[in-house]
Design a protein around this ligand. Structure first.
Ligand code: ATP
Length: 465
């Protein structure tokens, strides 16, 4: 691997040109930092979700998965406080009218201040003190902070009036809380239980940006883990360990990942502890990938009083009744994918600097394609295609027939395919193919009959346990 640092722009432009990500609605000029995943991004996303499901749902005996709706009864968001409080502090530059989130711009220019612990008045005081300058025109006069509701509103049914207002969910978690009773009843499980969900969330961010790091539509992978009050610390530590294990399986470099415990002032009022997992993004610095929060009985308690439904749990062990407490590990899938791409990207020099290759060092398990199958000559297409068909039943694979083999290897390196399989003229006689490995570029002759087993062993060997 090279020691060279690559910029965020270099990496994200590679992601766009190679088909991981496309600008959203591109033929109409795009839409304010919205992005679509291309074939490679969609495969990468599937593999990260699969790994999350295997690690957190299948891998933890207490856990189950559900798939709740995006549009929920608006009373949900009144109960949770989102209608009243899910706001961002918005300011405009009085000169050039550029728009900013007060907490973000203060954090960028006065990193010594703990913005997460500041009230709106305190943020306003800093904005009005003349210490913050507008990044676009350099002046220091801003409008007072206005609170900007971040939930997307729409209407349900045919009438567009107050009664028909609904929101696109700003987090997946509440679909879990409102189904707590249903899941307990239908699964007949006891506590502890983890209810897991992967799905889209929507936030009308004031300043989306930095590619897919902050967008208005994104996917979350969340767990609400319910247990008896008093066991908070035990399950908090349990999930910290499990999240660490998950991040290791993804193959992110250790030195680029950190766990950051929230200071008391930064904690939400209902949270007794929160830890973020952060990644050191090129050019951007540390950014949050996920948060693990102890949420106590806040959410179930709010839903219980707003819905007038009994959401308590009768503990069969000691016949006590209580509202379960919760630990919430919440991953942002898109940010995680961006971190994985930044982590995997490298440009390596070859042949004593005469040549170079772009290579994405994805863990074999999550790379978009596991295998590329290539006939050495077009005359061998039909036989090579049979090998491809065999591999393709088991793995995401690509059949590539164009350009020299060297060029095809480079192409696969650049999208992170761990194995290339070449069918050559010898293959017809010895029923073997050449398998070339992405990182070491070493080659090996493998019998076609044993190819799927070989790939299976390769993926397992490269898996972090
Ligand atoms: P931030 O402080 O970056 O706005 P947050 O603390 O509000 O994030 P949470 O509500 O804890 O985020 O959401 C859990 C995860 O969802 C985050 O760690 C992040 O990975 C992801 N996420 C949140 N907002 C966005 C967004 N606008 N775009 C992409 N991912 C997001």
């Amino acid at each position: 691997m090279s020691e060279k640092q690559h910029t965020f722009e270099e990496i994200t432009s590679h992601l766009v040109t190679s088909g991981f990500v496309y600008p959203g609605s591109e033929i109409y000029g795009g839409l304010s930092n919205s992005w679509d995943y291309g074939p490679l991004g969609a495969l990468l996303k599937n593999h990260v979700k699969d790994l999350w499901l295997r690690h957190f749902v299948r891998g933890i005996e207490y856990n189950v998965q559900i798939d709740p709706a995006i549009i929920m009864n608006p009373k949900v968001w009144e109960a949770t406080g989102h209608v009243a409080n899910f706001h961002d502090p918005l300011v405009d530059c009085k000169y050039c009218h550029a728009r900013y989130r007060a907490d973000q711009i203060i954090h960028e220019q006065k990193s010594e201040l703990d913005v997460d612990g500041m009230t709106q008045e305190q943020l306003n005081d800093v904005m009005q003190s003349g210490q913050i300058t507008c990044p676009s025109c350099g002046k220091s006069e801003f409008t007072p902070i206005r609170q900007f509701q971040m939930m997307f509103k729409t209407f349900i049914g045919v009438t567009e009036d107050k009664q028909s207002v609904v929101y696109l969910r700003p987090e997946t978690a509440q679909g879990i809380f409102v189904n707590f009773k249903n899941v307990m009843r239908t699964t007949r499980r006891k506590l502890p239980i983890g209810i897991c969900d992967i799905g889209k969330a929507f936030r009308n961010e004031i300043t989306p940006g930095n590619f897919t790091f902050r967008t208005r539509e994104f996917e979350q992978m969340e767990i609400e883990f319910f247990f008896k009050p008093g066991e908070d610390q035990k399950w908090f530590e349990f999930y910290k360990e499990n999240c660490k294990g998950f991040v290791e399986k993804l193959g992110l470099k250790d030195e680029k990942v950190r766990f950051r415990d929230h200071e008391p002032a930064e904690l939400a009022f209902y949270s007794s502890a929160t830890t973020d997992i952060e990644y050191f993004f090129p050019s951007l610095g540390w950014g949050e990938l996920m948060g693990i929060a102890c949420r106590g009985d806040y959410d179930l308690g709010r839903h219980m009083s707003s819905s007038s439904q009994d959401l308590t749990y009768l503990d069969p062990e000691d016949n006590t009744k209580y509202i379960p407490h919760v630990v919430e590990p919440s991953f942002g899938l898109d940010r995680l994918m961006l971190a994985l791409c930044c982590d995997a990207y490298d440009v390596e020099s070859l042949n004593d600097g005469k040549d170079e290759r772009i290579v994405m060092h994805f863990a074999a398990e999550i790379a978009p394609y596991t295998v590329a199958v290539m006939p050495l000559s077009n005359k061998l297409n039909d036989q090579a295609k049979k090998v491809f068909d065999m591999v393709h039943t088991e793995y995401d694979a690509i059949f590539d027939t164009t350009g020299s083999i060297g060029k095809r290897y480079r192409r696969e390196d650049a999208i992170g395919t761990p194995l290339c399989v070449t069918f050559d003229f010898e293959s017809e006689n010895d029923h073997c193919v050449t398998v070339r490995e992405r990182d070491s570029m070493s080659q090996e002759r493998v019998a076609i009959d044993e190819l799927n087993d070989y790939i299976h062993r390769f993926v397992s060997k490269n898996r972090v346990k």
